[in-house]
Unconditional design. Structure first.
Length: 159
């Protein structure tokens, strides 16, 4: 693993440590870049993968983090009604600029600046979920309740 990737995973662990909870980044030998790859590598269902997706507000140009269950697609019309503006897809440069992480390993926390966060209510049904930890091979396990707590996210229907 390159030192830049290792630093990204360490940055996530440092952010997790600030919460005083036992949340540990795990480096895996197989890729967790997609929700399906992550589920296969971890041995959980795809729905238990909390995928962090960065969008851009069409008017405000601010980043919006949507943490979706691995099987769900974001309904952009529904999100527009909730936040009051259309969403745009964020390109890789925008994502890196605002989070400090590359697409394929974006964690729900540890970003350069605080990002408005919406959490898929479908994640709330699980005892444990898994989130990316800064690299395509790093993840951490947590509960949905802890996800809401550490992200200060709002739980909504994203479908």
């Amino acid at each position: 693993m390159s030192s830049n990737l290792k630093k990204s995973a360490e940055k996530v662990q440092i952010a997790l440590n600030k919460f005083g909870l036992e949340l540990d980044v795990m480096e895996l030998s197989d890729s967790t870049r997609t929700a399906q790859e992550a589920a296969n590598t971890i041995g959980c269902t795809v729905s238990q993968i909390a995928k962090s997706l960065i969008f851009k507000g069409k008017t405000s140009k601010r980043p919006i983090l949507i943490i979706a269950s691995g099987t769900n697609r974001v309904n952009e019309k529904s999100i527009k009604e909730h936040i009051g503006e259309k969403l745009e897809k964020a390109n890789a440069d925008f994502v890196l600029e605002h989070t400090g992480f590359a697409i394929g390993g974006i964690p729900p926390i540890g970003h350069k600046n605080p990002i408005a966060t919406l959490i898929d209510n479908d994640l709330m049904q699980y005892e444990e979920i898994w989130a990316a930890a800064g690299t395509p091979n790093a993840v951490f396990k947590l509960t949905p309740k802890v996800l809401v707590e550490i992200t200060n996210g709002e739980v909504i229907s994203i479908k």
